[in-house]
Design a protein around this ligand. Structure first.
Ligand code: SF4
Length: 447
């Protein structure tokens, strides 16, 4: 049972020494109760108090790590139901299901396709996280061959799908140097599967048809000594998914119900009459930890990866590009000089339009603390003084022979002040929208 802030406060030293970064022990206790800080931030908690505080300091959703040869997927450790309450920490891992009954060349060709696929989204490289290999053949040697074939082309994390301990063991033997996830223990096989996972030090999925059975199963698996557990609640369709995954998250966070305090794996494409992409999108939003897709469809995957990126971006830390002067289409000293802010989406919108216009250009990206043009202007982070300062810091005078700078149309109001800050420069007011840059340059800039 979680402790309240006041209950936690009674167990703290109450010296208000501030070493934890908070002005009082009570403030720290409140943050600890909200699971927003770690107990280890206070160096003076007694051993006895530490034991009592464990319930308040242990993450309500266990962190689970799956490791490939050169990357890993971490899921769990979430502390809030809604992103705006704080942030979501670990984005769901997206995996592609493969079957060992496919011939090795087909398997390899699918893996090669996935390895070659990536999305460049506002300067961030997005890709599929790994493969879930199903031992559909029921044969250990065939399963091992499929794993070797996948590993010969990919170093990504793996999930092994099998319901027998013998095949789980074969998978563990073929995964040296990595840490795959085994799917799944159920009420029939749990003891043997848990023993394989314990011996190999691997995380294990618990699968059951209802939450009571699932909670019972995780406790049995923990009893064997497996700490890293993932839940498969066998969800079916949109409504059942939403209800079940939300209930699981609420039980873990609001009730601190440890038997179900684990990340969730889902198989959206295995549901009849359901659109896999749509259900996967639902699971990204609420509250999938690992999502296994049946089909590799680049168009759908693009949408899912961008959705995931947007949801799992910390709203308090905007995605930024480095301030500076960027060259587009090999500009020279006569090329136009435009200015914008360092919010990634703003930068890429403007840069892409200039590139698409065919005009060579210089783009001065001002340090607006990652805000878009209007937001930054309203917050006083994109004013004449700051633009002039960045123009000088990044030596725009040395880049161009002319003395004309194009500011975004949305901040036309600062053109007079900027003229004062940049004596000798002509301030040109550009279009309000990036999409109008081509027509603006064609009309206003002389080659
Ligand atoms: S470090 Fe510990 S004793 Fe000091 S103020 Fe924080 S909670 Fe209190």
């Amino acid at each position: 049972m979680a402790l309240s802030g006041l209950e936690i406060y009674k167990l703290l030293p109450q010296t208000n020494c501030k070493e934890c970064g908070f002005p009082t022990c009570l403030a720290f206790a409140m943050k600890l109760a909200a699971k927003q800080v770690s107990l280890s931030d206070c160096p003076y908690v007694s051993d006895e108090a530490k034991m009592k505080l464990e319930a308040a300091s242990t993450p309500p959703i266990q962190l689970v790590e799956i490791k490939g040869e050169d990357s890993e997927v971490k899921v769990g450790n979430e502390t809030v139901l809604f992103r705006h309450e704080k942030t979501f920490y670990h984005k769901p891992g997206i995996f592609l299901r493969l079957k060992d009954t496919e011939d090795l060349e087909t398997l390899k060709s699918k893996v090669a396709q996935v390895e070659a696929f990536h999305v460049d989204y506002v300067g961030i490289n997005l890709f599929l996280d790994g493969f879930a290999i199903e031992a559909a053949s029921g044969d250990a040697a065939t399963f091992k061959s499929a794993i070797s074939a996948v590993r010969s082309l990919s170093k990504k994390p793996l999930i092994f799908i099998t319901s027998t301990a013998e095949l789980a063991k074969a998978g563990a033997e073929a995964s040296d140097g990595t840490r795959p996830l085994i799917h799944a223990a159920n009420k029939e096989n749990w003891e043997a599967m848990a023993n394989v996972a314990k011996e190999a030090g691997l995380p294990l999925v618990a699968r059951a048809e209802n939450l009571d059975d699932l909670a019972d199963l995780t406790q049995k698996i923990k009893g064997v000594g497996v700490e890293q557990i993932v839940l498969d609640p066998s969800v079916k369709g949109y409504k059942d998914s939403l209800e079940t995954l939300t209930t699981l998250r609420r039980l873990a966070l609001k009730k601190t119900f440890r038997p179900l305090g684990f990340p969730i794996i889902s198989f959206p494409g295995s549901n009849e009459g359901v659109d896999e992409t749509l259900l996967a999108a639902e699971h990204i939003a609420k509250y999938g930890g690992l999502i296994v897709l049946e089909d590799f469809n680049p168009a759908s995957l693009y949408a899912l990866l961008v959705l995931r990126q947007n949801i799992y971006t910390d709203p308090q830390k905007p995605i930024q590009v480095l301030p500076g002067v960027y060259e587009i289409n090999s500009p020279d000293k006569n090329s136009p000089l435009l200015v914008t802010t360092n919010f990634s989406i703003t930068y890429f919108s403007v840069a892409n339009e200039v590139e698409g216009s065919g005009w060579p250009g210089w783009l001065l990206v001002a340090d607006a603390e990652g805000m878009s043009v209007l937001t930054a202007w309203a917050a006083g982070k994109f004013d004449a003084e700051r633009i002039a300062k960045d123009a000088k810091t990044h030596n725009v005078e040395d880049k161009v022979a002319h003395r004309r700078i194009i500011i975004p149309g949305h901040v036309a109001v600062i053109s007079g002040e900027l003229e004062e800050e940049l004596p000798g420069w002509e301030i040109m007011v550009g279009p309000r929208e990036a999409v109008d840059i081509t027509s603006y340059l064609n009309a206003m800039w002389q080659k």
